[in-house]
Design a protein around this ligand. Structure first.
Ligand SMILES: NC(=O)c1ccc[n+]([C@@H]2O[C@H](COP(=O)([O-])OP(=O)(O)OC[C@H]3O[C@@H](n4cnc5c(N)ncnc54)[C@H](O)[C@@H]3O)[C@@H](O)[C@H]2O)c1
Length: 451
């Protein structure tokens, strides 16, 4: 078992620890206590931030690069994905890796990573999450940084569909002048039905209302509507009343094939369907049939059950050639703003995990956080990733029994559990002993001590 992924005070001997503790003193900051008094909050750091090695691949956004450099980490960046053998060599020595869509972190690659503690996915998730968790490696992404970009695309599509702009545009590119107004509409006063009122659905609701649309939504949970939108009781009810139906649900067992022939038949004659959620939500043959028969007035589809892995002439679908049908290559969230926001959000999660042990938002890992440690000398934070088996907490309690545990929290996810404990009034020798005993427990995956 690796005793520690990201360097911690525990790796150091006592005199170094004392020196390092003195060095971090200026990084404390004032924080207003809940009762008005000001408390000195200790900014936790691993033993020496300059020892932390970060590998950022595939042109990860500059916002992330500069945030990580500002921490004093050693940051190595690459504009492209690395060939697997090069990646295996590079990943061996790093504590954190950031990837976008082209790098696959398979078991083979992760097995080579001797010090890796955390992974940032700045685009789609291409990590063997289970293997990563078993090695005590937390994986973070940023699923909601592009909500606004998707919502804006959908607004554009509502207008484009309503004016048949996709067809007019392709006719013009073929030299065909076809000036029509039949079945072209303003969107003002039309009804938008949103399926899934989460980050994207609710954002879209506000934008659509500001353009004069009436907004209704269906969600599996009762939600506070924004603006004057209203929740309806069933999907069928929403389908029957809407001029535009737009899908914003996650991919789950319940949402797979959610929109098929039955649901499309429920939709109004001449209405429009938009899917920028997941490709498996809509049954494509049924949609193609509804479009070709003229039952639907058009559709915009950004996501597909099978999507090409690379750019090029690889796209095939029954929707190709359907009337008034906008097809886009999964670009709903692909904007410069979203990339920049993702860079900020993912890098903050990585920094918090490295410096503070916080795993909130991790996709493969128990989510644990503790309120800030007070700026007291000799306070430490123990971060213990371990196997989720009976008896572990008793063993840890016995190790910590003689110390002052200010606060602790533990959570589990599948076979992995994670405990964070803040301990005060400990000498460097005691810290070394705590680290030694905890990291030698048979259930240890990774032990870190932060100060
Ligand atoms: N096209 C793109 O590029 C792009 C970009 C970002 C997100 N997405 C996709 O958009 C979808 C929505 O994303 P989000 O961030 O708004 O998610 P979210 O988790 O914030 O919201 C999803 C909502 O759907 C609801 N829901 C779940 N199951 C449902 C069901 N069976 N019926 C009705 N409602 C249901 C949930 O209660 C929740 O309110 C996801 O599938 C996501 O993968 C696509």
């Amino acid at each position: 078992m690796p005793s520690t992924n990201i360097p911690s005070t525990s790796a150091a001997i006592a005199p170094e620890l004392a020196a390092a503790a003195a060095a971090v003193a200026p990084t404390t900051r004032e924080r207003q206590g809940s009762f008005g008094g000001s408390t000195r909050v200790k900014v936790l750091k691993p033993f020496n931030t300059a020892n932390i090695k970060i590998l950022l691949l595939e042109n990860v956004n500059e916002t992330a690069v500069s945030a990580m450099r500002a921490q004093g980490y050693q940051v190595e960046t690459h504009a492209k994905a690395l060939a697997e053998d090069v990646l295996i060599e590079k990943i061996r020595d790093v504590h954190c890796v950031g990837i976008r869509s082209k790098t696959k972190l398979t078991k083979k690659v992760l097995d080579a990573a001797e010090k890796l503690g955390v992974i940032g996915c700045f685009c789609i998730n291409q990590v063997d999450l289970e293997v990563a968790a078993q090695k005590g490696i937390a994986v973070f992404n940023s699923p909601f940084s592009n909500s606004r970009s998707v919502a804006e695309l959908v607004i554009a599509e509502i207008v484009l569909l309503s004016r048949q702009l996709g067809d007019r545009n392709s006719e013009m590119h073929q030299g065909i002048w076809s000036k029509v107004s039949a079945n072209c509409f303003e969107i003002r006063g039309k009804t938008l039905g949103i399926v899934g009122y989460g980050h994207i659905g609710s954002q879209l609701s506000v934008l659509a209302e500001s353009m004069g649309m009436r907004v209704f939504f269906h969600d599996v949970v009762p939600l506070m509507p924004l603006g004057t939108s209203k929740q309806v009781n069933s999907l069928d009810e929403l389908l029957e009343m809407s001029d535009f139906v737009t899908l914003h649900v996650p991919e789950t067992e319940d949402t797979k094939n959610m929109i098929g022939e039955h649901e499309l038949n429920r939709m109004k004659q001449g209405s429009f369907l938009i899917n920028a959620s997941r490709g498996t939500i809509v049954q494509i043959p049924a949609l193609a049939k509804a479009l070709r028969s003229g039952h639907l007035g058009g559709a915009a589809v950004d996501v597909f059950p099978k999507e090409p892995a690379a750019n090029g002439k690889f796209f095939e679908s029954e929707l190709v050639g359907c009337p008034n049908t906008l097809l886009t290559p999964h670009i709903g969230g692909s904007t410069e703003e979203a990339q920049s926001m993702i860079g900020v959000e993912v890098s903050q999660a990585l920094i918090k995990f490295i410096n503070n042990g916080t795993s909130i938002g991790a996709v493969n890992f128990p989510e644990v956080d503790l309120r800030a440690i007070r700026d007291e000398e000799n306070s430490i934070r123990l971060c213990y990733t371990h196997m989720n088996v009976p008896g572990v907490l008793l063993r840890i309690t016995n190790i910590l029994a003689e110390h002052n545990v200010d606060k602790q929290f533990s959570d589990s996810k599948g076979k992995i559990a994670y405990l964070m404990a803040d301990i005060s009034d400990v000498t460097p020798e005691q810290i070394q002993e705590i680290y030694q005993r905890v990291s030698e427990t048979p259930t240890n995956i990774v032990t870190r001590v932060l100060y």
